[in-house]
Design a protein around this ligand. Sequence first.
Ligand SMILES: Cc1ncc(COP(=O)(O)O)c(C=O)c1O
Length: 366
Amino acid sequence: MKPLKVNKRIILGPGPSSANPDVLNSMSNPILGYLDPDFFKILDDVRTGLKDLYRTKDHAFALSGSGSSGMEAGLTCLAERGDKVIICAYGYFCERQILMAERLGLEIIPIRTEWGKQMDPSLLEDTLKENPDTKLVVATHAETSTGVLQNIEELGNIVSKTNALFMIDCVTSIAGTEILFDDWNIDFSYAGSQKCLASPPGLSPCAMSEKAYQYIKNRKTKPSSWYLDLSLVNDYWDKDHIPQYTVAVSSIYALYESLRLLEEEGLENRWNRHKVNAEKLRKGLTAIELNLPISPNDRLDQLTVVTKPDHIDDVEFRNKLIYDYNIEIGRGLGDFAGKVFRIGLMGESCKSEYVDQILEVFQKEI
Ligand SMILES: Cc1ncc(COP(=O)(O)O)c(C=O)c1O
C-alpha cells in the first residue's frame, strides 16, 4: 500500500460536507487516554459547548458513531418493546426511524404526510388524542431528503401537554438553524458532526433532558443495547466520568475545535451565513429557469432541492460534475429519486465562492 493521498473535492451534497482545516489539524494532537484527567477537561468543554449550542441546561454529549447511532440510541432507550411510538414521517430519514423502531419491537403509529411539505401539527394533536398512552413522539427538524424545515416548537408544545417523551433528528439542522432544546420541550435530540459543524463524520452530538435520563434509569427493562444506553453515555460525559467504552478521542478533539470556531464566528452569524448563501443560490438557480419545488415557507437553507430537467440524465450529470469540475452534488432519495438534485451548503462547504462555481456549472451544462 502507498501512503494515502486524497484530493480535495468541493462537496456540495447533502453531507458529509468539507471539514474545516483547523478542525482536521486538531485531530493530529497526541492521543490521550479516555480516562486521562486532561482529556476530561476537553470533554467538559465539549459538553458545555454542546449545551450552549442546543440551548439546554440539562445534558449533552457526543456518541461515537454517525447520526444514525443517535437515532438508534434514542429509539432503543426512550421506549420499551410494545410501547406506542408516534413517528412523524415526511421523508427518507423519518422512514429510517420507522425501520429501526420495527426492529426494536415498538408499536409504531406513523403519521405519513406528503414529501416536500411541512407536516400539519394538528395531525399530531389528533393522533395523540386517539392514543393517549403514547410513550414517545419522534420528528425530524431538517429533512435532508426533501429540503424541508419542520416547525419543532409547535410539535413540542403539543407533546408537552401529554406524558410522552419528544425526540428530534437535528442531523442537518445543528449549527445551521436555531434549535431551542429546553424552550421547545425536547427530551432527546441527536445530530451529526459532518454537516454545519464542519467536523468529519463519526460523532453524533446529542442533548437529553433530565426527564429522559430519569426515564432510562427507571424503565422496567434495561435498554437492549449497552453501547447505546444513553444513561451510561451520559454518566461518562457527566462530572463523575464513569467509564463506559473507549470514546473516539481524536474525533472529540475535532468537535472541540469545531465548537471553538463556532464560538468565534458566533452562532447567529453561522445561521445567517447559511441563509445568505442559500438565498444567493436560490436566486441564481431561478435566474437560469430551474424549478425549486419546495415552497419558500418550508425551505431549508442548508440544502436546496432543484427539479431535474427532463433532458438531463441524473447519473451522467452528477458524474460529469465530479470528473470535470471536481464538485459533488446529491441525488434524490425515496419519492424524489431520479427527479431532483440536492445542493448542500453546509458548514465549511457554505461559501459564496462555491455558490458562484455551482451556478456557473449549471448554466453551462444544463
Ligand atoms: C436528517 C438526517 N437524519 C439522519 C441521517 C443519518 O446520519 P448518518 O449518515 O450520519 O448516520 C442523515 C444523514 O445525512 C440525515 O440527513
